[in-house]
Design a protein around this ligand. Structure first.
Ligand code: OXC
Length: 311
């Protein structure tokens, strides 16, 4: 039989696929639908300290090659997701991740401290990469600010945590980020990647942009981002010994999931494809991955994880 389970963060989850933060996870009903699906874990919509409406609509658009979004962190606020985490059924073996995207370092630390006080099994994934809050640059592109933030996170939270990274496009940036990330032993994983920020999709019939915020600029997902996502997974897999890399970006079938794991991904998140297909995507993609493994003679993910060949 094909084993798709993943052992990390001191636990074993029943499969390797779960949602990308932001997709199908803002409301409790959505989170419960994910938990009931073939998703192997659940992550919540990035929380700000207080509830937030987000950007004006239209703020999401599907395109033939994926998606563009400028949601602007619409969410129910940290207390809503903390309350969900108190009632979550951890016994299912499906980990719960809480995505945190504070609008300031103090907010991120306040949420981390509150989470630490609860002593819940939920694992924080701190979002360093939202590209869609007007006036707020992506923290992950400011190396000094990222270094300062991670020191503060270590002081605020004594458990294992992860960060959601923006895509990087230059070996010097991979190296600079890795040097910072490797200073933090309790930073157990990085999720690569968040959307490719500030793309522009044009509709030639209307001769207009397709989303309202930022005059049409938004984060790209889907087919557009797969090669960049794979590059970030493979580079950080090499550069962060002892840490896990979660692959995110362009996964719409067993093929892309296989690529991410070959590049080094411990587990794989699904965003744009989940937005359009719904939670049924997880059983489809898992089945396709298992079939691919069967054809290739692999019985577990460990048999090929990180084994991407170079020429
Ligand atoms: O981190 C984020 N990435 C995105 O692509 N969009 C959301 C958002 O805008 O809320 N946040």
């Amino acid at each position: 039989a094909i084993d798709l389970s993943v052992t990390w963060l001191g636990q074993t989850m029943p499969g390797c696929l779960y949602n990308a933060s932001g997709v199908w996870c803002r409301e409790e009903g959505e989170l419960e639908a994910l938990h009931a699906s073939a998703a192997a874990a659940v992550i919540t919509k990035s929380a700000t300290l207080t509830p937030r409406d987000g950007n004006p609509e239209p703020r999401y658009c599907r395109t033939p090659l994926g998606s563009i979004n400028s949601m602007g962190l619409p969410n129910r606020g940290f207390d809503y997701y903390l309350d969900y985490a108190r009632r979550y059924r951890y016994g299912s073996g499906k980990p719960l991740f809480l995505s945190l995207s504070g609008l300031s370092l103090d907010d991120n630390c306040a949420m981390l401290r509150r989470l630490a006080e609860e002593g819940l099994p939920a694992v924080p994934e701190v979002n360093l990469s939202c590209p869609n809050v007007p006036g707020k640059p992506q923290l992950g592109y400011d190396f000094a600010a990222t270094a300062e933030a991670l020191e503060a996170f270590d002081a605020a939270y004594s458990g294992l945590y992860g960060v959601k990274l923006p895509p990087y496009f230059d070996p010097a940036h991979f190296a600079a980020m890795a040097e910072i990330l490797n200073r933090h032993p309790r930073l157990a994983f990085v999720t690569c990647i968040n959307s490719i920020g500030n793309g522009l999709v044009v509709d030639i019939d209307s001769e207009a942009v397709v989303i309202k915020p930022k005059d049409g600029l938004g984060g790209l997902g889907g087919d557009y981002v797969l090669p960049t996502a794979l590059a970030n997974v493979r580079e950080f897999f090499r550069l962060l010994p002892g840490k896990d890399v979660v692959g995110c970006g362009g996964v719409k079938s067993g093929r892309e999931a296989f690529m991410h794991i070959l590049a080094g991904a411990r587990a794989v998140q699904v965003g744009t494809c989940l937005y359009h297909e719904g939670p049924g995507a997880f059983s489809r993609i898992a089945g396709e991955l298992a079939m691919l493994m069967r054809v290739k003679g692999y019985r577990s993910l460990d048999a090929f994880r990180g084994r991407l060949r170079t020429l």
